[in-house]
Design a protein around this ligand. Sequence first.
Ligand code: ATP
Ligand code: MG
Length: 571
Amino acid sequence: MRQSRHLGKTLREVPKDAQTAAHALMLRAGYLQQLAAGVYVYQPLLLRTLNKIAQVVREEMTAAGAEELLMPALQPRELWEESGRWERYTNIDGIMFAFKDRRGGMVCLGPTHEEVITDILRREIKSYKDLPRCVFQIQTKFRDEIRPRFGLMRAREFIMKDAYSFDADEASLEKSYEAMRQAYHRICERIGFRYRAVEADSGAIGGSGSQEFMVLADTGEDTILFCDQCDYAANQERAQSRLPEPAPDPELRPMETVVGEGLIQVEPLAKFLNIPVWKTTKTLLYEADQQWVAVMVRGDCDVNEIKLANFLNGKSLRLASPEVIRKLTGAEVGYAGPIELPKEVRVVADHLIRNRVNFECGANRTDHHHLNVNFGRDLPQPEFGDFKLAQKGEGCPRCAGTLQAARGIEVGHIFKLGTKYSEAMACRYLDAEGKSKTVIMGCYGIGVSRMAAAWIEQNHDEKGIIWSPQIAPYHAHLVGLNLEDAAVCEQAEKLYRDLQSNGCEVLFDDRPLRAGEKFGDADLMGMPIRLTISKRTCEQGKVELKLRRQAQNELVGLNEVIPRVKALLAG
Ligand code: ATP
Ligand code: MG
């Protein structure tokens, strides 16, 4: 491609609304243009990269035995009513773009395709002989994200590869899941990410059936916790941890109520009461789909709202407002406790609270705290569960190691769905005995466009993007200087043709600009190999070769350059 004809001008200024390197560099290097919040034009250079990422994904999906199809982005409401997700996706979470068509029916733009694929497969599958099946598509998805940001990282229209597996039994699902898991590792390795596969939240379905593929980067939106001794690694949303449980007091002391004015933070409160912080209690009130829930965690811990939502069967949670807290507890915010709450409040507590003796909790009275509280005597046993947010520095749940933290960008997510959709939508098969059974499903997503952003987040310097040959828009950037000189121009044109006929994809900077400007653009755009041809190099029968990842350059003979480039691309 000749740069004089190329669409996608570079910008000198760093765009104001770009908060991450990848977002800023994509805008500056002419890869991306914003059309509306979270909606982008994939300019020609970006499209080439997206196609290459998609091709790696396609090859590995196919090698893993999945078959490609393409489903409509436009989906009818009826299918979402069948699965029971219409209300939640349109109204409660509001993530779905839905509208009325001229026939008066409601349709939506697919944020995901479980409903459509289940509908397709339930027509196809009759008996156990029709299983297993695994299909995938690479397609534009639409999600009306609350906070679209960081460019392609969290867009409202983006490219996803989604795959779905259909199996007769759990053992077969295991195999399908494992094949996908391995394919995901190969995709990340082929592209060259520094990444980590971690245990992920699998919603109210629970189980260990979900993993995320996290590209490691400081700007990642997710926190991952991993053990410094074993291979335990999990998204913080899901992670468990070990905390020491100090020996309980030998005897129960009488409960008392003390005044601790304005003490709503656990540290000053513990100091004032002369007790360790772990004996204090944080009691938080939530609204969970019109139900009130009070959750208790140890004072030195925080609540993991995702674990709490899963415990409550996937209800959407909202921290209660100050007015609601005042109404339910009769006190200002900060003094909530589990004793004498109104009956309609469901009380749940973290496991770590179970064995505590003589603990503190809020008294539901402004400035008041209960001391030496004990379950069974002062209040009934609440429902216990794992509600604590695991933190770095805490113990690994599997071994004696310690949890470390890193930031990650979720580029892929694999998930054992079980029968959630097949049951709701009656996707069934006849087994060998002629008995009707429910198909077991898995789903597997990769953010193709997010991967491009994640790559740049991991691979850039102050000058610009650094692509690898695998996913670079072009392998080489040929910079022509002094092209007004007929001899130089001829050599440059010949090299441009020869490179292309030898399988090297070239962006040829044939613009009449100063050398500094051209080099600046080449660094910004980030092709892995830069070749410069000028009057000076031509006189020596040479070309200057520079790798984007390296600082130094070298002169290579005009007739050696093709084999050199080929070797670089091969290795
Ligand atoms: P997130 O937690 O980041 O919102 P998700 O868990 O909702 O993502 P999935 O439904 O698992 O996402 O989608 C599969 C993949 O699609 C994700 O792993 C991610 O790479 C990509 N993806 C999801 N939402 C977006 C988005 N708004 N913009 C770009 N890519 C996205
Ligand atoms: Mg996910």
